[in-house]
Design a protein around this ligand. Structure first.
Ligand SMILES: [Zn+2]
Length: 121
């Protein structure tokens, strides 16, 4: 399970929406949309930190103008979503035990010899 990417600033809990890249040979700090992959000399930043970034002395800052978008769902998220949909579409779902008492059904007698084992038993 992957956790969402967070701002790389110490103690900042916000989600990263931008990537800061230091281009050393041009003395330029580039703040752009969130990079797909972490690379050397790149730092993920949340929107407030991305907007408030100031370059070190002698450096230029090139800032992405416009909205920073949250990252699109990852493949992992899409797989999880697909599994959730599949789960919901299943025709037969286990019913809670009290359901049998309130609504007796022909199935009750047939599975009378079965016991429900608690998951952490
Ligand atoms: Zn931050």
């Amino acid at each position: 399970m992957r956790s969402p990417r967070r701002c790389s600033r110490n103690g900042c809990p916000r989600q990263a929406v931008a990537t800061l890249t230091y281009v050393y040979n041009e003395s330029t700090a580039v703040v752009g949309p969130l990079a797909a992959f972490a690379e050397p000399h790149t730092y993920d930043l949340c929107e407030p930190h991305a907007r408030s970034l100031t370059a070190p002395r002698g450096w230029d800052v090139v800032r992405h103008e416009g909205e920073f978008e949250p990252p699109p769902p990852t493949t992992d998220d899409l797989v999880a979503l697909a599994e959730a949909v599949r789960e919901a579409a299943r025709p037969v779902t286990p019913r809670p035990p009290e359901d049998d008492q309130n609504h007796p059904s022909p199935h009750t007698g047939r599975r009378g010899h079965l016991r429900v084992i608690p998951p952490n038993h």
